[in-house]
Design a protein around this ligand. Structure first.
Ligand code: ZN
Ligand code: ZN
Length: 137
């Protein structure tokens, strides 16, 4: 079948590369479909797996960022959160995605406990209002 579609004169390497590429795409599509169906059939197991992956990721980040709150030194992983020095889009927050981003670029983040994190954002928001009122005045 393959030989039939291959025209003489056509570069064999190019032909093979394209064929492999097409196959890879088909394979990927198939895999995606299969895992989608599996997730649908095993929602509980899927939740467990996802939770485990997320926890592993969280621990990786906590380690990468020094393991404790950058302000008060709290090292309880349950309360530790990642604070992005450059604020991300806050409308649609997805911690898992934020953690992945943080792991790629740890210098752009600080580890904070939930309390200090709230305080930092409170301060940030207050500064923001100050700036706004300053420019408006
Ligand atoms: Zn703290
Ligand atoms: Zn933050």
């Amino acid at each position: 079948m393959i030989r039939k579609r291959w025209k003489t004169g056509e570069d064999w390497n190019t032909y093979q590369r394209e064929w492999r590429q097409r196959n890879l795409e088909r394979e990927r599509k198939h895999d995606r479909e299969r895992s989608r169906l599996w997730r649908k059939r095993n929602p509980e197991r899927n939740r467990q797996i996802r939770r485990k992956t997320q926890l592993t990721l969280k621990h990786k980040i906590i380690n990468a960022l020094g393991g404790k709150c950058g302000m008060c030194g709290n090292n309880d992983s349950i309360v530790l959160e990642v604070h992005h020095k450059v604020p991300l889009n806050t409308k649609n927050r997805q911690p898992y995605k934020e953690w992945r981003k943080a792991l790629k670029n740890p210098e752009s983040c600080t580890l904070l406990c939930a309390n200090c994190h709230i305080k930092v954002h409170y301060d940030m928001d207050n500064k923001k209002t100050e700036i706004i009122t300053a420019t408006e005045a």
